[in-house]
Design a binder for this molecule. Structure first.
Ligand code: HEM
Length: 464
């Protein structure tokens, strides 16, 4: 809370007074791209530059965002940088494919994420959340928890239930360790990648993260092969996302996905779906630990939460609004990068083929031309009665247009259920005045784990 405003204003890194030169830019991209933004990025609708790195356009106005992500999306691809950073493991997954290959996989996967299919996950989401809260044993007294680790564990349990019906053979922890190793080492933006240096030059993170990558690939490939054999033998198999991936067919030509494509998409769902939702929950818990009046509203909703009620989601308007506001202030995917395939004019600026176009939810969601008090935590913005005044193209935590996040509804349901379950059982309090500091490492994480004190409110009722 600052300047007499009653609203909480979370800590954010200082903005640069001037945009960076080339070498400092490369260093900052490696260390933390969040600190590369300058004051001008948050004040001006777009910024264009032409340097030894090529043309770069940063777009932060709704009309430009709509053009690049939707109305002229065909003119933009994700570009080599993302494939280089994430590519080796995820090359054939939905997140990284392009053109006709992407359209085919998206057509095949769309039925797996319909509202009806997502609704079947409500019960497993609630069960995993309840088990996680019970494991904290708050009945024995208040506890300080590393909520980043706990939320990663929880969203991993949920994804593992959705994908494999919990058939990770008791090695969920090893799996998760490998995932974290990959994220913290392999997946930083390497200056060599920004300069598009040839692939044979070893990248520090890539080398140190290779073990984690191999572990992942071999585990997932084994799971896929085993389930494929069961499906082909006509065995009774679990009704989960893995079976759905193996049996889904393209409505155009009746073809399904190869084992490699299935494995690549399983890895994509884990990487795209687990970390993002966990980070969202971590930031939400931090924000409500600092705002007791908002926490009180969420506790009230949580007390009445019943995952069995068909309209459970409609009964959590504040819970949903807090999650949406947390993703405004701390968007889990802080920057979307595109490369122009052909010439275009964006916001009056002519750009050529090959131009890097950056749309940063971090900048857009805090842009001074687009939001009242952009730095303040004001969940009311997202209550049903105010939601329509939020511009569709100014708020894009899940991106927008044809490549919008396929798991957005899954993620929102998951976050609401997890939060309501946690807050039904516990209150959350900060343990120190120092706030967690956001850092951009593919997702928007906290530089130090978010640690909070949880105190029991009431024991959770087990399901009948
Ligand atoms: C709070 C949670 C989540 C956030 C903030 C989020 C955000 C995003 C964003 C911004 C994109 C677009 C990336 C780009 O265009 O460069 C995306 C794509 C994607 N997300 Fe999510 N995501 C979340 C959860 C999930 C979940 C739970 C799943 C799956 C179970 C998932 C699967 C995917 C996939 C497969 C894509 C690629 C879609 C395509 O290119 O067609 N995400 N997500």
């Amino acid at each position: 809370m600052a300047d007499g405003s009653p609203h909480f204003r979370p800590w954010t890194p200082a903005r640069r007074t001037r945009p960076l030169g080339l070498l400092p830019f490369l260093w900052v991209s490696w260390r933390d791209p969040l600190t590369m933004w300058s004051e001008r990025h948050f004040r001006e609708p777009q910024l264009y530059g032409n340097s030894r790195l090529g043309e770069i356009l940063v777009v932060s106005h709704p009309e430009g965002v709509r053009q690049v992500l939707s109305s002229n999306a065909a003119n933009y691809e994700k570009g080599a940088l993302q494939r280089r950073v994430l590519g080796p493991m995820l090359a054939e997954g939905l997140l990284l494919t392009e053109g006709e290959a992407w359209r085919r996989v998206r057509r095949i996967l769309a039925p797996l994420f319909t509202p009806a299919r997502t609704a079947t996950m409500t019960r497993p989401m609630a069960d995993c959340s309840r088990r996680r809260v019970e494991s904290w044993r708050l009945d024995l007294g208040p506890r300080v928890l590393n909520l980043d680790a706990e939320m990663s564990g929880l969203t991993f349990d949920i994804l593992s239930a959705a994908l494999f019906s919990d058939q990770l053979d008791g090695d969920a922890e090893g799996f998760e360790r490998a995932l974290n190793g990959f994220l913290s080492l392999a997946a930083r933006i390497d200056p060599l990648d920004v300069l598009a240096a040839p692939d044979w030059i070893p990248r520090l993170g890539r080398v140190t993260g290779a073990g984690a990558g191999r572990f992942f690939e071999s585990r997932v490939s084994a799971l896929v092969a085993r389930r494929r054999a069961q499906v082909e033998a006509g065995d009774v198999v679990a009704d989960d996302l893995l079976t759905a991936l193996l049996t889904a067919r393209d409505e155009d030509d009746g073809e399904g996905l190869s084992d490699r494509e299935v494995a690549s998409n399983v890895l994509t769902f884990i990487l795209a779906g687990h970390e993002t939702t966990a980070r969202t929950l971590g930031w939400v818990l931090h924000l409500i630990s600092r705002t007791p009046e908002v926490a009180a509203r969420l506790h009230q909703e949580a007390d009445a939460f019943d995952a069995e009620a068909p309209d459970w989601a409609d009964r959590l308007p504040w819970t949903r609004a807090v999650i949406e506001e947390a993703m405004r202030l701390f968007p889990p995917a802080p920057t979307l990068a595109r490369r122009a395939l052909g010439p275009d004019v964006v916001g009056g600026q002519a750009i050529g083929p090959g131009t890097a176009v950056l749309i940063s939810p971090w900048v857009l969601h805090r842009h001074e031309l687009l939001w009242d008090a952009p730095e303040e935590f004001r969940p009311e913005r997202f209550l049903p009665e105010n939601r329509k005044s939020v511009d569709r193209w100014a708020y894009i935590p899940f991106s927008a247009g044809p490549r919008v996040c396929i798991g957005a509804a899954f993620a929102l349901n998951e976050a609401m259920i997890a939060l309501a379950t946690i807050l039904k059982a516990a209150t959350v309090e900060p343990i120190a005045p120092t706030e967690p500091r956001p850092i951009h490492q593919i997702t928007l994480r906290s530089a130090q784990p978010i640690r909070l004190r949880l105190r029991q409110r009431q024991p959770l009722n087990p399901h009948p």
